[in-house]
Design a protein. Sequence first.
Length: 638
Amino acid sequence: MTAQTVAAPMLSGAEQRAAARQLTLAMLALGLLALGLAWRGWSPEQAGVSQLLLGFASLLVAVPVMRSAWYSLRYPSLHGLTDQLIALAMLGAWATGDLLTAALLPIIMIFGHVLEERSVIGSQEAIHALGQLTRSQGRKVQADGTIVDVDNGTLRPGDVVEVRAGDRVPADGRVLSGQASLDTAPITGESVPLETVVGTEVFGGAINLDGLLRLEVTRTGGESTLGKVIALMQSAERSKPPITRLLERYAGSYLVLVLLLAAVTWFVTHDAQAMLAVLVAACPCALVLSAPATAIAGIAVAARHGILIRSSAFLEELADLTSLVVDKTGTLTFGTLRLQSIESARDDHSSLLPLAASLGSASSHPVSRALAGLVEQGQHWPLLNIRERQGLGIVAMTEQGEAALGRPELFVQLGIATAAIPEHDGPIAGLALGGQFLAWLLLADSIKPEARTAMAQLRELGLGRQLLLTGDRQSVASTLAREVGISDVQAQALPEDKLKRVMNEIDHGFRPMVVGDGINDSLALKAGVVGVAMGAGGADIALASADIVLIGSDLRRLGTCVRLSRQCRRTLQFNVIIGLGWTLAIVAFAAFGWLGAAGAMIAALLHNLSTLLVLGNAGRLLRFHEPLLKIQGPEAAG
């Protein structure tokens, strides 16, 4: 019956049925109360009948009130204070013979809590909606090529599924063939469709807007991106903000103080209504709700932007960050090799790509894997007599002669003259056909196009101290740091080096946000004031060590995290002022008897109004919407 249902809105079926029973009892009691008052007005001389109806009304609502109060005595909590105070006020009304107050007071409170549950930020509905995305049909491709419709819950990693235009992607997977635009907004919060090609990792729950895709399933159920989103939201809801834990520590003292104040009011005024009004006015619902309502709103808004926050405590920590420690590979960069450029005497490079992809698909080397995805499987050249020269490259026969793909040393062994090796800070692969050298293929781990914008946003938000911490070479790290605007670089860092550097930041009074995605980042992520992991392609241990997960891995969401946190802090501060200030004002008015003859009922109405004000203020957070800024500068061309 209390704000407990608001603080932890994921109600079980039994709890929902109990709440429905309370509401039914309250409505029956309200009907009896109205009948009793009507009888009193119609036949004042038969006051006994009126009192009997009011007594029945008060007994109906006494059952849930007393049960909740007894439960809160056995399992003390801050939320239980309201149950105990309402039960005491009800007993006091019975003791003084005020059956109208004994019936109307709990009725008002029950209806007030129903309004709170209806008004509270709809994270339960959000999680339910996400849960619906995890259950869908999928078109599974059988070994013989036939396609059967199956429930996505039966899919397993390694299965191949077909996703047609308009279909929902049934599970996390990797594109094997086809091209399409996917609406990933329900998972990542990104409004711009994701353009997929062969090799693209896709999320379950995304909607295929056009095209035909065949996917290899990589993760299902709780291991999928959407499954982790739901688990994190549920975990965040169960967590308690620091201010709530602080209030709970003094819950017992608060109850004693209220009882003393009610006793003093009775002895000074000899007014039972004033005493009962003090008990009702002191119910701390608005104050109790101030932190959870704000936290749940913030978590729901963050999820809408593709940001998963494990606990509301980290939502508060984000507001005070002063420095940034960021990984390179998979964080500022995509973490996979991509063809950067082709150096060839030919003007038309399109004919080179199918040959390079065909040879690349014959090897498991990272460079070969990067080249294998340049074209679709159907465009590959047929290869015969494939031979892999360990550490050098691939040689195979084609209809146009012997083809080779590999390091410069491979062509020396084959006796093929090559063009001058270009200067490039990354992998280089040569390509030859029929004894003729065709081109140098230059590969690199590309910088994410939004990286420079994201770093600039964080500097504007006060995170001016930025450190690039990577295990890569100094030359690569320094070049990337210049491109994104970071001046402090530590290269060739081992996991323990990253941990020491983060601890050193903290020892010097900074509050670092640590951003990474790999296993070697897990120690640093755990040590930072706030650890942020890249959700797309991030290592499981990094996701487990992080406090916040960026599902879409868009770095501009880091700025969104900080701005949302600061907005949540302002909302929380205002809510605490409402909760504390309003409660003290009502208590003062009640103690001095300024609420009149129906003081307890007026106090109950004012109490419910304060809780609705808190919920309404927290609800304003739902209007927080931050569309991603357009990428500016030279990176926009990428």
